[in-house]
Design a binder for this molecule. Structure first.
Ligand SMILES: Nc1ncnc2c1ncn2[C@@H]1O[C@H](COP(=O)(O)OP(=O)(O)OP(=O)(O)O)[C@@H](O)[C@H]1O
Ligand SMILES: [Mg+2]
Length: 457
C-alpha cells in the first residue's frame, strides 16, 4: 500500500490526516531503532508529495563535544517518493518503511552532500534568533526576513534555504539534540500556521525517537566492548593457567635432566669415538642440552620480568644483533639490509631484553628462509607525532598463513619441529613492558613484524 491510499481523507479532513501521520510515525518509531533509517523516514514523511506539508527538509544533530549543529541529511520532494506503509491496512496499526535503494538515492543527492558539509557553531551569546529559539528556548522558529537578513550566524542557512524557512528543535530530556529545517523552494509559498503546528508535534516525537536510537547504539557499543573485554580476560586466564602448569613442569624436569646430561657426558668421554655407543651418547647429550635450553626459556617466561630501564640507542642494539648473527646469514645465503632514520633513536628500556626481541625476530626470519632470501630491518620516527619509533623486520620467507596470524604471539604456538613457540610470546611481553606494540602481517613475499616504541624524551 502506498502512503497516498491512507491519506485520501486528507482533502476532507486535514486534522485527521495529521493525526494519522503522527500515529503512523509513532508506530514507525517503535519499530525502527537504526538511526540512519530513522532519519530518512522522518524527513521523507514530511516531504512526501501525498502528505503535502513541505517541499524540503534538513536534519541537523547536535555534537555535544564540539558544540555544533552538524548537517546530517536532507530530503527534497523529488526524492521523497517511495515511502511504503506496512503492517496493516488501517492507519492505526501500520507503519512506514523505506527501501535501501531510496535511502542511498537520497543520501547521494547533491543537496544532501552540501548539507552534510554544513556545521553551525552554537554560540548562545549571539543575537541570532535561530540559535536563541532552537537552543535556548527549545521552541519553533519561523524565518523573519527583517531580523534574519542582518544576522551573521544565519549565513549557513541562507545558502541552503534561500527564502522563507522554519526550524523546529529536536528535544530529548530537556535539551536540544538537533533540529529539523523545512522550506518550500519550488513553489516559494510561505509555511502555513497549520503546517508549523504539525512540524512542532512531529519534531517532538522525532526528538525522542532519535534519542532512543542513539541510546540504543550506545548500549550496543558498550555491550560489544564488554564482550571483547570478557574474551580477553578469559584468554588471559587460560594463558596464565597454562603458564603456571608449564613452569611447575619445567621445574620438576630440570633436576633429572641435569643428572641425565651429566651421566651422558661422562659416558661420551669414556667411550671410544666412532663407535655406535659414542653416537648414541652424543645424541643424548645434544638433545638434553636442547631440552635444558627449552626449560630455561619456559622458566624465564613464567618468572615475573625485571626490567632495568636505561636510555639506550636502538640503532646500536639492532646493529649488534646483525653483527652477532653474520655467520648464520652467510651460511643460509641471506642478504641483509638495514636502514635507520637520521638522528638519535634513544628509547628508555632494557638493552638486553630489546636485543632479545630483535634476535628472536631475526632467527624466525632465518628459519622461514632455509633456502636463503632477503632480510630487511628499518628504524624510523613516526611521521605524525615524532615521539615514537617504528621498527620493522621483514623477510621473503613466504609469510605466515592468515589463519595463524592471531595465534603466533601465544605461548607454545609453533609450527616447527624443534620450536618451543615461546620466541614471539617473549618478544610480545618485552615490547608490552616497554609500553610498545608489536604487529605481524604478510607482504606477499614474506612476513613483516612492526614494532612501535616510545622514544625517550
Ligand atoms: N618470519 C616468519 N615467517 C613465517 N612464519 C613465522 C615467522 N615468525 C614466526 N612465524 C610463525 O610463528 C610461529 C611462532 O613463532 P615463535 O618464535 O613464537 O616460536 P618458534 O620460532 O616456533 O619457536 P621458538 O622461537 O620458541 O624456538 C612459528 O612457529 C612460525 O610458524
Ligand atoms: Mg622463534
Amino acid at each position: 500500500m502506498h502512503i497516498h491510499d491512507s491519506l485520501q481523507h486528507s482533502e476532507t479532513d486535514p486534522r485527521l490526516s495529521e493525526l494519522t501521520l503522527l500515529y503512523q510515525f509513532s508506530n514507525t518509531m517503535l519499530s525502527t531503532i537504526r538511526l540512519n533509517k530513522l532519519m530518512h523516514l522522518i524527513l521523507t514523511a514530511i516531504t512526501t508529495p501525498s502528505s503535502n506539508l513541505f517541499e524540503r527538509a534538513i536534519l541537523f544533530l547536535r555534537n555535544e563535544k564540539s558544540n555544533v549543529l552538524q548537517g546530517m541529511l536532507a530530503v527534497t520532494r523529488q526524492l521523497s517518493e517511495g515511502l511504503q506503509i506496512v503492517g496493516g491496512h488501517d492507519a492505526l496499526g501500520s507503519r512506514w518503511e523505506i527501501s535501501d535503494e531510496v535511502i542511498s538515492r537520497q543520501r547521494s543527492a547533491e543537496f544532501c552532500l552540501q548539507v552534510r558539509l554544513t556545521r553551525i557553531e552554537i554560540d548562545t551569546d549571539t543575537d541570532c534568533p535561530l540559535i536563541h529559539h532552537i537552543i535556548s528556548e527549545r521552541s519553533l522558529y519561523h524565518y523573519d526576513d527583517n531580523v534574519c537578513h542582518k544576522c551573521p550566524t544565519c549565513h549557513f542557512i541562507r545558502p541552503l534555504c534561500g527564502g522563507s524557512f522554519a526550524a523546529a528543535p529536536l528535544v530529548a530530556r530537556e535539551t536540544t539534540i538537533g533540529m529539523i529545517v523545512v522550506d518550500n523552494p519550488d513553489s516559494a509559498r510561505d509555511i502555513s500556521s497549520d503546517n508549523l503546528h504539525f512540524l512542532q508535534l512531529f519534531a517532538n516525537q522525532a526528538g525522542m525517537a532519535i534519542e532512543n536510537s542513539m541510546l540504543y547504539n550506545r548500549i550496543e557499543d558498550a555491550h560489544l566492548n564488554l564482550k571483547d573485554a570478557r574474551e580477553r580476560l578469559l584468554h588471559g586466564e587460560r594463558l596464565a593457567a597454562i603458564g603456571e602448569m608449564a613452569a611447575n613442569l619445567a621445574h620438576e624436569l630440570k633436576n633429572p635432566l641435569i643428572t641425565i646430561g651429566g651421566f651422558a657426558g661422562r659416558l661420551l668421554k669414556a667411550l671410544p669415538v666412532e663407535t655406535r655407543e659414542y653416537r648414541y651418547a652424543d645424541t643424548i647429550v645434544s638433545e638434553v642440552s636442547r631440552l635444558e635450553k627449552m626449560l630455561a626459556e619456559i622458566l624465564a617466561f613464567s618468572r615475573k620480568p625485571t626490567i632495568c630501564f636505561h636510555r639506550c640507542n636502538l640503532e646500536e642494539i639492532v646493529q649488534d644483533c646483525l653483527a652477532n648473527n653474520a655467520a648464520i646469514f652467510e651460511d643460509h645465503n641471506i642478504r641483509v639490509s638495514f636502514s635507520s632514520d637520521a638522528g638519535p633513536l634513544a628509547v628508555f628500556g632494557d638493552a638486553h631484553q630489546l636485543k632479545q626481541v630483535f634476535l628472536n625476530l631475526i632467527l624466525n626470519a632465518c628459519d622461514a628462509m632455509p633456502e636463503g632470501g632477503d632480510l630487511s630491518l628499518t628504524l624510523q620516527k613516526a611521521s605524525l607525532d615524532k615521539k615514537t619509533v617504528i621498527a620493522t623486520v621483514e623477510d621473503t620467507g613466504g609469510g605466515i598463513p592468515q589463519d595463524m596470524l592471531p595465534q603466533i604471539f601465544n605461548p607454545f604456538f609453533t609450527t616447527k619441529h624443534h620450536g618451543t613457540g615461546l620466541g614471539l610470546a617473549i618478544v610480545n611481553r618485552i615490547i608490552l613492558n616497554h609500553f610498545g606494540l608489536i604487529e605481524a602481517d604478510n607482504t606477499g613475499q614474506g612476513a613483516v613484524f612492526t614494532i612501535t616504541l616510545p622514544l625517550a624524551q
